[in-house]
Design a protein around this ligand. Structure first.
Ligand code: AMP
Length: 288
């Protein structure tokens, strides 16, 4: 019988994505050892080899097949436009790529950028944004500390990643246009063999189970039998909630899952309907 091929996954060695990327792999139940000096390791309970790389290099390595998979920011994929398949958004490292101008400078829309100088590490994306608005401007490509460019008189505006906004604030800048929203994504080489595709499907299934679980909470509560219909109406669950009789006559216990987004609204409705002893727990994996 043919041996299961191992997938090679490139992930960021050090930086904003590295901790969340490794946490996701571990949450998928994939175990590996890691020494500080070695830039590669092999999982011992899943056919996956990890390569710790510079994030800028990952899209290219995935496109040319040096590695099979990568975890990178969507912003890098959009900038480099490599021939890769975006397999799954991963829900972490959420940020936006935005244009910012000095706080005291008026800004009434993209037309105000005409003939201005813009500093960025994302020249391709900025060029597309300007073209979409029919504007021409001068792009200064710089690789880091972009936010300082207006202060030192290099440019009139910048386009950079914004997460909390505190770097912009600290440098006297204000965000005026969101060019794109970004998050970490799993990318794959487009021409994986059928055998590697099967391993990818198994890996993706685990990733999806972990990501889905993050959007839900497990909820348990007690309520009098008289409130049964009203409580059931509050709890959509995956199918219908589990309802079991309590040790006390006239009472039931309910178990269900509730979407994180909806959570406080549901709890309020449950309380109004007569629920007591509400317990809420995180879900580790969810296989719907
Ligand atoms: P913040 O002050 O939280 O808005 O972060 C802004 C700084 O962090 C900028 O220098 C960005 O280039 C960088 N940054 C923010 N979010 C990300 C991200 N998801 N990936 C890489 N760099 C980021």
């Amino acid at each position: 019988m043919a041996e299961t091929p191992r997938l090679r996954l490139g992930l960021q060695k050090k930086g904003r994505l590295s901790e969340d990327s490794e946490d996701l792999i571990k949450a998928c139940g994939i175990r590996y050892g890691r020494s500080a000096l070695r830039l590669t390791t092999s999982a011992y309970n899943f056919p996956l080899d990890l390569f710790f790389l510079r994030d800028d290099d990952i899209p290219r390595y995935v496109a040319d097949g040096t590695v099979d998979l990568g975890i990178v920011g969507e912003n890098l994929v959009a900038e480099e436009d490599p021939e890769v398949e975006v397999v799954e958004p991963l829900g972490f490292s959420k940020c936006r790529l935005s244009i910012a101008v000095p706080r005291d400078r008026p800004y009434n829309g993209p037309q105000d950028l005409a003939n201005k100088r813009i500093a960025t590490s994302y020249p391709t994306i900025v060029r597309k944004f300007l073209a979409a608005h029919g504007i021409s401007a001068r792009i200064h490509e710089i690789s880091g500390s972009v936010e300082i460019a207006p202060t030192i008189g290099l440019t009139d505006a910048i386009c950079d990643l914004v997460s909390t906004g505190s770097t912009l604030l600290g440098n006297g800048l204000r965000e005026v246009e969101v060019v794109m929203k970004s998050q970490a994504v799993l990318i794959a080489h487009p021409n994986l063999s059928a055998e590697k595709r099967q391993v990818l499907a198994d890996f993706r299934f685990r990733v999806q189970s972990v990501l889905t679980a993050k959007n839900y909470k497990y909820i348990m509560l007690n309520a009098p039998d008289s409130a049964l219909e009203e409580i059931l109406a509050c709890l959509p669950g995956l199918k219908r909630p589990t309802v079991v009789p309590l040790g006390e006559t006239g009472w039931c216990s309910f178990q269900s899952v509730v979407e994180e987004n909806d959570f406080w609204g549901v709890v309020e409705r449950l309380r109004t309907a007569g629920a007591t002893g509400i317990l809420v727990m995180p879900i580790e994996k969810m296989i719907a």
